[in-house]
Design a protein around this ligand. Structure first.
Ligand code: NAD
Ligand code: SER
Length: 316
């Protein structure tokens, strides 16, 4: 393997912590530089280099890329769907300008590869609800979804026009226990575990029967690394790949948790996030990712729930 030096931007976030850990396992601690606006996450402290970095400051980003001899960037800094609706201008600015800064620098410095995640939020109310295909009607209603869809086409443009090897996945809602989620509509599926363990009660901000595509973090990290390691000539999608794992509703995940915590109770009090959730598909067709780079999820709802509870509280 050629010597790689990786910069993870947004390394203190829900995905960033676990992705940085996984990349350090593969490439060696000193070859993966974690960076964020926030302070370094405690799980990463002492495990490798950390720099404080604002992706919006292109000059400073460029200096770091040159100074650290960076060959690959994983760009995770973004504002997610629910927080984005509270400040649409800021969400658009960060999600677009951050990506353009990284793509420009990747082109100028001839970086080996760039990773940038998109989301199921690109889909809107006119997209198919079940097994939503890779290519279909895409009319997002959130600023987050609009920014992700525009970002996908910037990635495609930089690949076609400037040969930047940028790769992307449309993640479903991600469930994890190492670092808290950052303001998405799917965050209920993480909160529910903490509340079940702490108070045995949870007030859910989505309706009981709201099905959404979801994935457990170990699957998401593996998908990311498998896509990034795939031979470039196998990749037929240069916008962003659909990937899929599990589809469940708040009612289904509550029932699964009740198998371990029988007196757990959930109340439903839908808020503005219900409209966002209802605009997204309930399940995703990821057959192109399966064909192109062999994607296959490992965790279903039952296995994920057991693993979450075991890791959060030792329940088996
Ligand atoms: P997060 O909010 O948990 O983490 C984002 C990190 O970026 C935070 O630590 C934040 O401090 C940092 N950041 C924000 N502004 C920054 C700036 N200007 N410069 C540097 N860092 C900055 O988000 P996440 O859940 O880890 O998501 C990472 C990426 O994956 C995002 O692009 C998101 O849209 C995408 N995604 C996430 C999910 C999910 O369920 N978590 C699903 C689909 C797509
Ligand atoms: N989990 C993300 C969100 O809810 C999906 O991109 O915003």
């Amino acid at each position: 393997m050629a010597k790689e030096k990786i910069l993870v931007i947004g390394a203190s976030g829900q995905i960033g912590v676990e992705l940085t850990q996984a990349l350090r396992e593969i490439y060696g601690n000193s070859n993966v530089v974690a960076s964020d606006l926030r302070e370094e996450n405690e799980l990463l402290r002492g495990t490798g280099p950390y720099v404080s970095l604002d992706v919006m400051n292109k000059e400073m980003l460029h200096v770091q890329v040159i100074r650290q001899n960076i060959t690959q960037i994983y760009l995770l800094a973004a504002i997610l769907s629910a927080t984005g609706e509270k400040n649409p201008g800021l969400a658009w600015h960060l999600n677009m300008q951050g990506l353009l800064n990284v793509l420009d620098i990747a082109r100028e410095e001839k970086l080996q590869k760039v990773y940038w995640p998109s989301s199921i939020a690109v889909f809107g109310p006119t997209s198919p609800k079940l097994n939503c295909p890779q290519q279909t009607i895409i009319e997002p209603i959130t600023v987050y979804g609009i920014s992700k869809y525009a970002g996908e086409f910037w990635c495609n443009y930089f690949h076609r026009r400037f040969a930047v090897d940028v790769r992307s996945i449309r993640y479903p809602g991600l469930i994890s226990y190492k670092s808290s989620p950052g303001g998405g509509t799917t965050d209920y599926a993480v909160e529910i575990f903490y509340e079940a363990l702490e108070s045995k009660k949870y007030k859910c901000f989505l309706k009981a029967d709201t099905y959404l595509p979801m994935m457990y973090m170990p699957d998401a990290i593996r998908a990311t690394i498998e896509l990034m390691e795939a031979p470039a000539d196998k990749l037929t999608i240069r916008t962003s790949y659909n990937v899929s794992a599990i589809s469940f509703s708040p009612s289904e995940i509550s029932n699964e948790i009740k198998k371990h915590i029988p007196d757990f109770e959930v109340q439903y009090s839908p808020d503005y996030r219900q409209t966002i959730a209802e605009s997204w598909p309930q399940s995703i067709d990821d057959s192109i990712a399966r064909t192109d780079w062999g994607w296959k999820p490992e965790f279903d709802l039952e296995k994920m729930t057991r693993d979450m509870l075991r890791n959060l509280d030792g329940i088996s």
